[in-house]
Design a protein around this ligand. Structure first.
Ligand code: C2E
Ligand code: CA
Ligand code: CA
Ligand code: CA
Length: 281
């Protein structure tokens, strides 16, 4: 209609105005969420495809909002990234996950071999003294560095490959492990991938439980696995929801799996129960 009348578009209509106010108030609330202890980590099991043994957990942040209840990360991580709140938030996630793993390892016999995977955001990776912080947390919690896995998305790693190589080498020198998250969705150059000091490829869940052609997806999974073999990396499949998806991963000899089939992400108490139940089997 604006075209016909020649009037400019009304950019700030009422609806947008309301949305902008909501974002502003969400931002203010998010700033307080950390100091008000409103953030919690949930943990999702990662299992060995061959033996179904529990290997560890991925830590996934949730915001326990006083009025809205549990807010999923998709609703606030992008805002946290834009505003820089991700920096203190991301640090809290690392220390909290390592403390939790340390507790389990001290109190549950056999839990020493479990690992914890933590998501590292773009800003955290690009300029936040990440290496120094991780070193400090490892020292404080005393966990074996090899039991901490940092998940960094393919797209972040490929943004500035020489920076990535440099930072990853420093992280690897601490002994931590690196997983390339959401693998298959970016545009990794194979020659760079070979230069990155990484340990695991984490296949994006769209190839595992996505609605696209299952036959195409399994071919993609297969080629990611053979690529990983050539590079000496292990492969984790995420988003495994059903037995038949799991059976296909067994067929193609995927290393590890994660998904609703085993458990949704659960709070630390339920995760602890999961460890204990698993050991009783
Ligand atoms: P992600 O790192 O790819 O995490 C996997 C997401 O897939 C999680 O969603 C998990 O709950 C979900 N998922 C796991 N198994 C299944 C399954 O079988 N089916 C389906 N449909 N989904 C499954 P969640 O927890 O909502 O997290 C979404 C994204 O938010 C994460 O994607 C990650 O990018 C980000 N995120 C979560 N926690 C953190 C954090 O502590 N720091 C940062 N920077 N980002 C985080
Ligand atoms: Ca992840
Ligand atoms: Ca992922
Ligand atoms: Ca994802």
């Amino acid at each position: 209609r604006a075209k016909e009348t020649g009037k400019p578009y009304m950019i700030f209509d009422r609806r947008m105005h309301k949305e902008i106010l909501e974002v502003i108030s969400l931002e203010a609330e998010l700033r307080d969420a950390l100091s008000n202890d409103e953030l919690v980590l949930h943990y999702q099991p990662i299992v060995n495809v061959d033996t179904r043994a529990l290997e560890g957990f991925e830590a996934l942040v949730r915001w326990n909002h006083p009025l809205k209840g549990i807010v999923p990360p998709d609703k606030f991580i992008p805002l946290a990234e834009e505003t820089g709140i991700i920096l203190p938030l991301g640090r809290w996630v690392i220390v909290e996950a390592c403390r939790q793993l340390g507790k389990w390892q001290k109190t549950i016999p056999g839990a020493e071999r479990l690992s914890v995977s933590v998501n590292v955001s773009c800003r955290q990776f690009v300029r936040d003294g990440l290496v120094e912080y991780v070193a400090q947390v490892l020292e404080e919690t005393g966990i074996d560095p090899a039991r901490l896995k940092l998940e960094i998305t393919e797209s972040v790693l490929m943004q500035d490959t020489s920076h990535s190589i440099h930072e990853l080498n420093r992280l690897k020198a601490l002994g931590v492990r690196i997983a390339v998250d959401d693998f298959g969705t970016g545009y990794s150059s194979l020659s760079y991938l070979r230069q990155l000091p990484i340990d695991h490829l984490k296949i994006d869940r769209s190839f595992i439980s996505g609605s696209d052609n299952a036959e195409d997806n399994i071919q993609i999974v297969k080629s990611i696995i053979s690529l990983a073999r050539n590079l000496g990396l292990t492969v984790i499949a995420e988003g495994v929801e059903h037995e038949d998806q799991f059976a296909r991963l067994q067929d193609v000899r995927c290393d590890k799996a994660q998904g609703y089939m085993f458990s949704r992400p659960v709070d630390s108490i339920a995760a602890e129960r999961y460890i204990l139940d698993y050991q009783r089997r």
